[in-house]
Design a binder for this molecule. Sequence first.
Ligand code: HEC
Ligand code: HEC
Ligand code: HEC
Ligand code: HEC
Ligand code: HEC
Ligand code: HEC
Ligand code: HEC
Ligand code: HEC
Ligand code: HEC
Length: 364
Amino acid sequence: MAKQLRCLAAFVAVAVLAIAGRSQASPLKTEVNKVGSHRKGVLLAPMPREIAPRTHAPFQSGKCGVCHVNNDERNPGPIKQSSVNENCYSCHEDTRDVMARKYKHMREGAIEFCTDCHNAHNSVEKALLVEELGSLCLKCHAGIKNQLAKGKVQHDAVSKDKKCANCHNPHASNVERLLIALPFDLCVRCHSKDGMVSDDGKTMTNYKTLLAENKVWHAPIRAKDCSACHKTHAADNFRLLVNEYPAAFYAPYERKTYALCYGCHNDRVVSMEETTTLTHFRDGSKNLHFVHVARERGRTCRACHEVHAAKQDHRIRESVPYGKSGWELKVGYTKLPDGGSCAKTCHETRTYNNKTLTSSLPKP
Ligand code: HEC
Ligand code: HEC
Ligand code: HEC
Ligand code: HEC
Ligand code: HEC
Ligand code: HEC
Ligand code: HEC
Ligand code: HEC
Ligand code: HEC
């Protein structure tokens, strides 16, 4: 009885040590620790089976000699191969091909051993990872960790399902930054469902449908560059935008709140009250961008433009979500040879002419 209790106590001690010291040296305080490993400071030894239910097939058999020089659980000795990676490749031949791709995570000066991420024996985690996937990646990527900790707007793509591996291949890739596909394809592929909801409760656009049905794409979309406007991991601005952009239909006009658009467009398209050159959205020389946007209760660009893609020239939208209910306000824009017209919705039908000049400016 006393002996059984001692055994139990010993097991508990081992279990506690194992949990507390997962990323430190071997938790098994038995002779197997005498294996001469290639590295120190990383958990290389098997974990107690009770704690780590997911086992590697060759370890499951209990035959240490499959990989170690001795087929003795208490004294397996070093592995047979000259290096850990060669041990892995001896069975995972196909992984060698993956690792040979153009952009490599594993290379000298970056990551050298498969066992930096995998336990060769067993694990608590899927894919025999030495640590939960997200924290494993962030352990080495302090910059991203910092972005995630500070970002006011979070992207669920980073924290759901396969987390970082939703977009990155942990081993290697033929796409820069270890991406599993070109960024545009990544974004659109995941954002191609109806009814996806943002963290602040908005039903989001299905981009596959939007881009297929609306052929007038904004230049950065034509360049397949979602990152021109969006951060990927987390950000401080509304909708993960790289710069400020007002969140609502109305906003008091301030140059800096449109920093996103003005990163590429001349702000005088909006801020000049009179112009004959800066914009076509003018009646004579009266800048209608100024009229609509540059005021205390200014309409934001979204009132008229769909920023990604639309059916009409200048990406004028057919309708715009108005208010919280999701009701759509019709825009009713028609392009005319000398300007355009807006059918009654926001106001009575009005037409502007940008070919003739009003009297407020001298004729050229
Ligand atoms: C799939 C191959 C494989 C099998 C099977 C295997 N091991 Fe290992 N083992 C490794 C690798 C790889 C290492 C890391 C060696 C290194 O870094 O040099 C390792 C390291 C260890 C270590 C850690 C040494 C240290 O210094 O931290 C222990 C302990 C160990 N194995 C015990 C066992 C026991 C016991 C068995 C059988 C029940 C076993 N292994 C079966 C591949 C295997
Ligand atoms: C003796 C052959 C052998 C060696 C050596 C070997 N593996 Fe495996 N490994 C297997 C087999 C068999 C499977 C299961 C087959 C499958 O699921 O397709 C497997 C599966 C895996 C998996 C997937 C586990 C899961 O639950 O999804 C990972 C990860 C893995 N091995 C990593 C490694 C690493 C890292 C090494 C080197 C330290 C290594 N293997 C060495 C045979 C081996
Ligand atoms: C930077 C961490 C890291 C390193 C280093 C690493 N892996 Fe992996 N590996 C992972 C992750 C994460 C997954 C799970 C990927 C997923 O679920 O999409 C994985 C999955 C696997 C799998 C399961 C099947 C698959 O391909 O998805 C195998 C086999 C594997 N790794 C073998 C290896 C071998 C062999 C090495 C060394 C040559 C290695 N890994 C190095 C992180 C790593
Ligand atoms: C053991 C440390 C370590 C772990 C764990 C690790 N990385 Fe890395 N990673 C590095 C190093 C070192 C580099 C090379 C850094 C460089 O070239 O600036 C790198 C490079 C990268 C790059 C390419 C960066 C670039 O600028 O091209 C990406 C993407 C990346 N890692 C993602 C991940 C993901 C996702 C995971 C988790 C599956 C992960 N890393 C786990 C150390 C690690
Ligand atoms: C939604 C897809 C996606 C997810 C999920 C994702 N990334 Fe990235 N990652 C990207 C893209 C796209 C880039 C290149 C453009 C950029 O820098 O934003 C990138 C760049 C990187 C880089 C290199 C550039 C840099 O900023 O240092 C690292 C390192 C990196 N990611 C690590 C991670 C880690 C760690 C995770 C999980 C915590 C993760 N990523 C999750 C898409 C993603
Ligand atoms: C693995 C799936 C996945 C991928 C890949 C992905 N996203 Fe997302 N994204 C989501 C989910 C889920 C949400 C909704 C939850 C949330 O707001 O984070 C979201 C939300 C967003 C939001 C709104 C964030 C907010 O709360 O305001 C933007 C903007 C966004 N994604 C842009 C992108 C861009 C750009 C890419 C490509 C770099 C991309 N996404 C790739 C899944 C994904
Ligand atoms: C020119 C800048 C720009 C580019 C390029 C861009 N976006 Fe956006 N995106 C925005 C702006 C601005 C918003 C906010 C729209 C609003 O609230 O009216 C937004 C909102 C979003 C949202 C959240 C709202 C919703 O209805 O879905 C997602 C998701 C998104 N963009 C994905 C993408 C993807 C995917 C790409 C690449 C195909 C992309 N964006 C390219 C500027 C851009
Ligand atoms: C990354 C750069 C970039 C950003 C950011 C950007 N745009 Fe653009 N935009 C362009 C380029 C380039 C063109 C094409 C210019 C041209 O064809 O004259 C364009 C064209 C347009 C057009 C159509 C012009 C036409 O007559 O067809 C509108 C409208 C527009 N942008 C609105 C916006 C709004 C609103 C924002 C902010 C939410 C914004 N843009 C942010 C680069 C950008
Ligand atoms: C009240 C509706 C409305 C609002 C709000 C609006 N625009 Fe426009 N915009 C238009 C119309 C209409 C055109 C097309 C004019 C033409 O070619 O006849 C246009 C054209 C443009 C063009 C193409 C070049 C030009 O000026 O002719 C750009 C760039 C542009 N808008 C940017 C913006 C930006 C940035 C915002 C927000 C700061 C914005 N617009 C807000 C209606 C609007």
